[in-house]
Design a protein around this ligand. Structure first.
Ligand code: SF4
Length: 416
C-alpha cells in the first residue's frame, strides 16, 4: 500500500493529500482491510488495561467517557474508582443530590460534564426504566451525549458497528489519510467521521474502536509519533509523505482573556465566610470566599469594583450584606477557565457590621468552621486558597471581626 510522493513539508506549510486523494483512500477495500487486520493484531498484545474495560457495563463506560473528555486517562483513573464506589449503579447516580455528584467530581474540572452525566442517568431511569438504550440514536437523545460518546457506548457495551472520533482518533485518522485541513473545521470533522465509519468492522467493532484509541494514545502521539513501532506505517499517508510531524494542522491558539478578581477572607473565631454560587451561574452550587470582579472580561457575572478601597467596601456589602474594613493584600492565585486567565487577589476583611444577605451571584452565605471546609464543594482555586489558609494558619493573622448577624434562611444546608 505504500505510495511514495514527491511532496514534502515546506516553509509555506505542509503539502498533504488532496481532498480527492484522501477520499479515494477509504473507498479502497484493500487499504481498509489492511488497517483492520494490522490494528486488531497489534491490539491483542498492546491494549491498555483500564478499569472501565473490566466488563461491558454501559453505565461504567458512560461515566468513564464523560470523565475522559478533555482529561487524561491517568487523571481520570482515581476519580473513576471513587465515583463508582460512591455511585455504583445508574440508579444510585440518578437519585443522588446534585451537590453530592459535584463533590465526587471536585477537582476534575469542566463541571458541566458532571451535571450532564447526572441528567443522563436520570433520563435512563425515567425514560428507559434504568436500562440503557442500545441504539446510537436513543443514546444521543440522552442529555450531554453526543455522537462520539453514543458511538463509544454502543460499540464498547453492545458491540454495535458504530464509529467513534475523539482526540486521539482524530489525530490518527487525519495522519492516515494525510488530511490537509485544520482539525477543528467542519469539513475536517465530516471527513474524519466518514473515514471512521468506513473503517469500523461488523466483527468486534468495540475492540476495533478501542484499538484505534489506544494506538492514538500510545503510538501516534501528538508530537513525535512513534512511527517505527506503528502497525499502520505502511498504510499511513502522512508517514509515506514525511508529514507525520506536521499533520494534523491545528488552528492558531486564541490569546487568553485576562482578568482580575478580589476575594475577601472574612474570619471570625475559626470560622470563615463562604458563599454558594447561584443556579445558572458559572460554578453553580460551588462554594467560594466572597469574590468580586476587578478588571478584564468577567467569566462569572460577579459584583464589580474598580479597584478603589471604597468600592471594595461597597461591593462586599452588595455581595454579602456585611460591611468590612479591607486589610492586607495577602496572596495572589492564578487560574484559568475556558479562555479566561484569571488572577485572584486574596485580601483580609475585618467584619465591622451587617446582616448576612446573599447578593448578586450568590444563593447562600454561611460561616464555616475551618476544619469543615473540606466537606464543601469548592472550585480548584478556592481549594488552593483554603489549603494555603489551613496549612500556613494564615487565618490567625487576619483582623478579627465583630459578630455579624445571620438571617435564618441563610442557614439552610445544601452541601455536606
Ligand atoms: S505511521 Fe506514524 S503518523 Fe502514521 S499512524 Fe502510525 S504513528 Fe501515526
Amino acid at each position: 500500500m505504500a505510495r511514495k510522493r514527491s511532496v514534502s513539508p515546506t516553509k509555506a506549510g505542509p503539502q498533504a493529500t488532496s481532498g480527492a486523494q484522501a477520499l479515494a483512500l477509504d473507498a479502497n477495500p484493500a487499504w481498509l482491510n489492511a488497517i483492520r487486520k494490522n490494528l486488531v493484531s497489534w491490539y491483542q498484545n498492546h491494549q491498555r488495561d483500564l478499569p472501565w474495560r473490566a466488563d461491558h457495563d454501559p453505565y461504567r463506560i458512560l461515566v468513564s467517557e464523560m470523565m475522559l473528555v478533555q482529561t487524561t486517562v491517568a487523571a481520570v483513573i482515581p476519580y473513576f474508582a471513587r465515583f463508582m464506589a460512591r455511585f455504583p449503579t445508574v440508579q444510585d447516580l440518578a437519585s443522588a443530590p446534585a451537590a453530592d455528584v459535584l463533590k465526587a467530581w471536585e477537582g476534575l474540572g469542566y463541571y458541566r460534564r458532571a451535571r450532564l452525566l447526572h441528567a443522563a442517568a436520570q433520563a435512563v431511569v425515567e425514560r428507559h426504566g434504568g436500562q440503557f438504550p442500545r441504539s446510537r440514536a436513543e443514546l444521543e437523545a440522552l442529555p450531554g451525549i453526543g455522537r462520539y460518546i453514543a458511538g463509544a457506548v454502543a460499540s464498547f457495551a453492545f458491540d454495535l458497528p458504530e464509529a467513534i472520533l475523539e482526540a486521539n482518533t482524530q489525530r490518527l485518522l487525519a495522519r492516515l489519510i494525510a488530511w490537509p485541513g485544520e482539525l477543528g473545521k467542519t469539513p475536517t470533522q465530516k471527513r474524519l467521521w466518514s473515514v471512521a465509519e468506513a473503517l469500523v468492522p461488523d466483527k468486534q467493532p468495540g475492540d476495533f474502536n478501542q484499538a484505534l484509541m489506544d494506538l492514538g494514545a500510545t503510538i501516534c502521539l501528538p508530537r513525535n509519533p512513534l512511527c517505527l513501532l506503528c502497525p499502520l506505517a505502511e498504510q499511513c499517508e502522512a508517514r509515506q509523505q514525511g508529514l507525520q510531524q506536521t499533520l494534523p494542522l491545528k488552528a492558531a491558539r486564541q490569546a487568553p482573556l485576562v482578568s482580575r478578581e478580589v476575594g475577601v477572607l472574612a474570619v471570625r473565631q475559626n470560622q470563615l465566610l463562604l458563599a454558594r454560587r447561584s443556579p445558572g451561574q458559572l460554578w453553580e452550587e460551588f462554594w467560594e470566599i466572597p469574590t468580586m470582579h476587578e478588571s478584564g472580561a468577567d467569566p462569572a457575572g460577579r459584583v464589580r469594583l474598580d479597584g478603589s478601597e471604597g468600592d471594595l467596601i461597597q461591593a462586599v456589602r452588595l455581595a454579602t450584606g456585611l460591611t468590612i474594613t479591607p486589610g492586607n493584600a495577602l496572596r495572589e492565585f492564578k487560574y484559568s477557565v475556558t479562555r479566561h486567565a484569571v488572577t485572584l487577589q486574596v485580601v483580609s476583611g475585618a467584619v465591622v457590621k451587617g446582616v448576612v444577605e446573599p447578593g448578586p451571584g450568590y444563593a447562600e452565605l454561611r460561616w464555616v468552621n475551618l476544619d469543615d471546609v473540606v466537606t464543601f464543594t469548592l472550585s480548584a482555586v478556592n481549594r488552593q486558597v483554603l489549603a494555603w489558609l489551613q496549612k500556613d494558619e494564615a487565618w490567625r493573622n487576619l483582623p478579627p471581626g465583630e459578630e455579624p448577624q445571620a438571617r435564618p434562611k441563610s442557614r439552610k444546608k445544601t452541601s455536606s
